[in-house]
Design a protein around this ligand. Structure first.
Ligand SMILES: *[C@@H]1O[C@H](CO)[C@@H](O)[C@H](O)[C@H]1NC(C)=O
Ligand SMILES: *[C@@H]1O[C@H](CO)[C@@H](O)[C@H](O)[C@H]1NC(C)=O
Ligand SMILES: *[C@@H]1O[C@H](CO)[C@@H](O)[C@H](O)[C@H]1NC(C)=O
Ligand SMILES: *[C@@H]1O[C@H](CO)[C@@H](O)[C@H](O)[C@H]1NC(C)=O
Ligand SMILES: *[C@@H]1O[C@H](CO)[C@@H](O)[C@H](O)[C@H]1NC(C)=O
Ligand SMILES: *[C@@H]1O[C@H](CO)[C@@H](O)[C@H](O)[C@H]1NC(C)=O
Ligand SMILES: *[C@@H]1O[C@H](CO)[C@@H](O)[C@H](O)[C@H]1NC(C)=O
Ligand SMILES: *[C@@H]1O[C@H](CO)[C@@H](O)[C@H](O)[C@H]1NC(C)=O
Ligand SMILES: *[C@@H]1O[C@H](CO)[C@@H](O)[C@H](O)[C@H]1NC(C)=O
Length: 491
């Protein structure tokens, strides 16, 4: 008798262990998006150190920057590598191009050794279905994904790395504003059917962005309380289902859109979710903190949503790790301020998204330029200064000066000083970048006022500085390489 029950028990035990692992991984997986659209990005090695110090175990990238992948090597951090939209056309039309991409950007990093990069997902396209892009990328996404998949099979990585297609917050909608009528945007219907068939065939999850901030910002019918998971928010009822927050409402709209398209059980990963801290009403650190705490508590409660009770998103990636001063401002002035950390790796507020100490750790040993700022020289005739302010803002980041920005209270010409300084720091404090027809003045007195911070640029943004000056290049490159290697060895 024992001989028949034992194997059964053993199998049951195995199954249980497996189940508990799956269940466990469903709870802890909160990652961050790491974008690099910045004039002076924090060096990748320092960012990886920041991730490790804060126990972040998963990161999503928007491309396959070799410096970034190198820095992640041996870190044990799980990585989603991105493919920019600009590459989709060639990847769709050429399997060879897909094979080269996999060879250059994956194979060499994913060896089994201690120094490997743990790539989990390849994200084909950077929100290619964003409504503002129109239909330009529709014809390429599935073909590009299929070619990357074929290339993965060829090099035996298909069981290790999954191909996914990130979907923007505006790819799904509901006429009534309620989940029961959720569907994909009609213009996307045919493409989405192909995308979902592809994902389903390869057992890949559905990556989607959810943005209670944008729902609130764009749709006056979403109250701030509803977006912030607040208890007192007025619920929205969808027949017998009651929605207490914007997250659940959006999530179930996605669930319904997937069901309507024929894939009711597909796993969902929240590829981007966050709250910006500048450039719009209610885009502040304190509101962002309330939002993220609400999100983390909601996920921890494991309640799930009315349509998927006790069934959490498989993973959630916070958008974003750091502020990026070169992101497009088309969506709004808030776009450059999504970071939990400022551009230089300083926590804007405290949030515990890794089930840790609850205290975020700042980036260490950040190398700043000198404590110098560029301001308007008040002793000059300033009648022509607005042209210079425009010139500065067309290149530098002036988003904090926008009507709801952190520096909107600066009066003239203090606001022009802000613009001058942004330009000056972006140009590594070179003296000629504070000229402005003789109207600029370099000062060592910090002009910052209250919440309006006049920043000092980063010194060791090697990747950017190197591209700028070739003399510098020859001198610093071997040193940098040596340092990087040292860092690798120490880790
Ligand atoms: C995508 O690639 C396929 C296969 O090479 C090709 O037949 C198709 O024309 C391509 N689509 C576009 C829009 O170029
Ligand atoms: C690898 O990725 C980088 C960054 O996204 C890209 O510039 C490069 O073209 C890719 N390599 C190939 C062979 O596609
Ligand atoms: C706006 O919200 C209220 C409840 O907060 C709801 O009754 C109403 O139907 C909503 N209107 C639209 C157009 O979604
Ligand atoms: C919404 O549903 C909740 C709970 O089911 C109920 O208490 C509330 O009265 C409903 N609100 C409206 C406006 O129907
Ligand atoms: C969208 O696609 C689904 C199947 O995926 C289909 O049932 C539905 O009728 C389509 N809707 C439109 C507006 O084309
Ligand atoms: C949200 O913004 C509005 C308009 O600026 C303001 O009146 C309100 O106090 C803000 N609420 C919070 C919580 O910041
Ligand atoms: C990271 O994990 C370690 C070990 O569990 C813990 O001591 C530390 O407080 C955590 N750090 C943060 C920022 O949560
Ligand atoms: C302002 O600009 C105009 C036109 O470029 C020029 O003629 C004038 O001299 C300038 N004034 C000062 C004070 O620089
Ligand atoms: C500074 O403020 C003045 C007056 O409010 C305004 O006309 C000007 O456009 C502002 N300049 C910048 C760079 O924001």
């Amino acid at each position: 008798m024992a001989s028949t029950t034992l194997p059964f028990l053993y199998t049951a035990l195995q199954l249980l262990t497996l189940l508990s692992i799956v269940h466990f991984s469903r709870v802890i997986a909160t990652g961050v998006n790491w974008g690099t659209s910045a004039s002076h990005p924090l060096p990748p090695a320092q960012v990886v150190q920041l991730l490790k110090a804060n126990n972040v175990t998963k990161v999503k990238l928007f491309d396959a920057d070799p410096d970034v992948l190198q820095a992640l090597a041996g870190s044990n951090i799980y990585v989603t590598v991105g493919i920019p939209n600009s590459m989709l056309r060639s990847l769709n039309s050429s399997l060879k191009a897909a094979e080269s991409w996999v060879h250059d950007n994956l194979t060499r990093y994913v060896s089994d050794g201690a120094g490997s990069v743990r790539v989990e997902f390849i994200a084909v396209g950077d929100d290619p279905f964003l409504q503002s892009f129109g239909e330009q990328f529709y014809p390429f996404v599935v073909g590009a994904a299929a070619n990357i998949q074929t290339a993965l099979v060829k090099v035996n990585l298909a069981n290790k790395v999954k191909v996914v297609t990130p979907c923007s917050f505006d790819a799904f909608q509901s006429e009534s504003g309620l989940p029961s009528r959720g569907q994909f945007r009609p213009d996307l219907n045919k493409t989405m059917a192909e995308v979902l068939t592809f994902l389903n065939k390869h057992r890949s999850p559905f990556f989607v962005s959810i943005s209670p901030f944008l729902s609130y910002h764009q749709n006056k019918n979403v109250s701030l309380d509803f977006a912030l998971f607040r208890e007192g928010a007025h619920p929205r009822n969808d027949s017998h289902r009651s929605y207490k927050n914007s997250f659940d409402l959006s999530y179930d709209t996605v669930v319904m859109a997937l069901s309507t398209a024929g894939f009711p059980r597909m796993d969902i990963i929240i590829g981007q979710i966050g709250w910006p801290t500048d450039g719009a009403a209610n885009a502040t650190s304190s509101v962002a903190q309330v939002f993220l705490k609400g999100l983390v508590d909601h996920l921890d409660s494991r309640l799930g949503t009315p349509l998927r009770p006790r069934d959490l998103p498989v993973e959630t990636y916070i958008f974003s790790l750091l502020d990026e001063d070169q992101r497009s401002r088309t969506p709004g002035n808030f776009e450059r301020h999504w970071g939990i950390f400022t551009f230089d790796g300083q926590a804007k507020y405290q949030v515990d998204f890794v089930h840790g100490s609850g205290k975020l750790i700042n980036a260490q040993n950040v190398q700043y330029l000198s404590p110098k700022w560029c301001v308007v020289n008040n002793n000059k005739d300033l009648s022509n200064i607005s042209a210079h302010a425009l010139e500065a803002c067309s290149a530098a980041d002036c988003s904090a000066l926008s009507p709801d920005g952190s520096c909107s209270d600066l009066s003239w010409p203090g606001n022009v000083s802000y613009a001058f300084n942004s330009f000056y720091q972006q140009h590594d404090q070179s003296a000629d970048s504070c000229d402005f027809g003789g109207l600029g003045l370099i000062t060592t007195v910090d002009p910052s006022v209250e919440n309006c911070r006049f920043m000092i640029g980063l010194r060791n943004s090697l990747s950017v500085s190197l591209r700028r000056s070739s003399q510098f290049h020859w001198f610093i490159s071997p040193v940098a390489t040596m340092l990087l290697c040292l860092v690798c060895v120490i880790w």
